[in-house]
Ligand binder design. Structure first.
Ligand SMILES: Nc1ncnc2c1ncn2[C@@H]1O[C@H](COP(=O)(O)OP(=O)(O)OP(=O)(O)O)[C@@H](O)[C@H]1O
Ligand SMILES: [Mg+2]
Length: 294
């Protein structure tokens, strides 16, 4: 048996035992703090680690994951919902182990389908588990309902903030909105972006962690930080994610460290250690339940 076949069998076994792929929502509260930048570069880093990742653009207003990848897909989930395209037609292969699923307004439209078509679509989405271990969902700015819904439906919430006091306040506001709902993600991670130093990141993180503990009674894992790095802007101008254009820059090293902290905490072989969660079906069901509560 080849190495790839072995890896595939191990993954299948693991999913059968553990449930399904793990879903992560990346959200912030305030806009422009680096959610899309983190989502895209993290997805590529995970792909390199052997963790098969699908990135879903959940920014229902200004979707731009495709722009950051330098890709311009023609179709999105809305076409699958209308029945014009199959899911495999809209899934874009970005690099080995990394796919992009252009969401468009599809996930919201899903809530308006009749139950039979919803189930058919969910079955189709669940077939993505063959392709991936992890689903990352990039979300839009603000504490909008759709962002909260994605966060609640996911296995894990990755909060992103910059050291800017308004960003910290909005990050906390989003956390409060998510925790105000009856069901919450089982894991909470924090990433501080655009920091000047390790010291600044730790100060911001401990302030947020202490406030969350004191007022909301919850623990947030400090997953890491990303230094403010001019290569990030440079890469965007080049139309390329920075982990590809500048793999050795500070921001790339920080993303690698975050990936290891969240996805490979024990340091064991990444195939065996690819995170498992409740799976795509459970994610969709929770998503629909929340959308239907509107
Ligand atoms: N570590 C960093 N160093 C320097 N610039 C950064 C860093 N991270 C992000 N930026 C810059 O911040 C800007 C916003 O980034 P990005 O689009 O990822 O934020 P966002 O949170 O997704 O925004 P929105 O809320 O509008 O979706 C980009 O121009 C990006 O170049
Ligand atoms: Mg964005």
């Amino acid at each position: 048996m080849g190495k790839k076949d072995q890896a595939y069998q191990l993954r299948s076994l693991k999913k059968r035992i553990a449930g399904g792929i793990k879903t992560y929502t990346i959200a912030s509260g305030k806009g422009g703090v680096g959610k899309t930048s983190l989502s895209v570069n993290l997805a590529l880093t995970l792909g390199k680690m052997g963790i098969r990742t699908i990135i879903l653009d959940g920014d229902l207003g200004l979707a731009n994951v495709d722009v950051m990848f330098g890709l311009y897909p023609k179709y999105h989930l809305g076409y699958v919902i209308k029945g014009d395209k199959k899911l495999s037609d809209i899934l874009v292969s970005v690099q080995e182990n990394v796919y992009m699923l252009p969401g468009g307004t599809g996930l919201q439209e899903m809530a308006d389908l009749d139950a039979k078509r919803q189930l058919k679509l969910i079955e189709e989405l669940a077939s993505l588990e063959e392709y991936c271990d992890v689903l990352l969902i990039d979300t839009g700015a603000g504490v909008h309902r759709s962002v909260v819904v994605f966060a609640i439906a996911s296995d894990s919430l990755l909060l992103v903030t910059s050291p800017d006091p308004t960003a910290i306040r909005d990050c906390y506001g989003l956390l409060k909105a998510v925790l105000g709902k009856s069901s919450t993600p089982s894991e909470l991670h924090l990433v501080i972006n655009m920091v000047k130093s390790d010291k600044e990141a730790k100060e911001v993180a401990s302030r947020l962690q202490l406030t969350a503990k004191d007022f909301l009674g919850i623990d947030i894992n400090m997953a890491g930080y990303i230094l403010k790095d001019f290569h990030v802007e440079e890469a965007i101008k080049m139309g390329m994610p920075f982990v590809i254009s500048h793999p050795d820059c500070e921001a790339s090293k920080c993303v690698a460290w975050i990936a290891k902290n969240i996805f490979n905490p024990e340091g064991v072989d990444s195939v065996l250690n690819a995170p498992s969660g409740r799976g795509i079906k459970a994610f969709c069901m929770r998503l629909l339940k929340q959308f239907q509560l509107r």
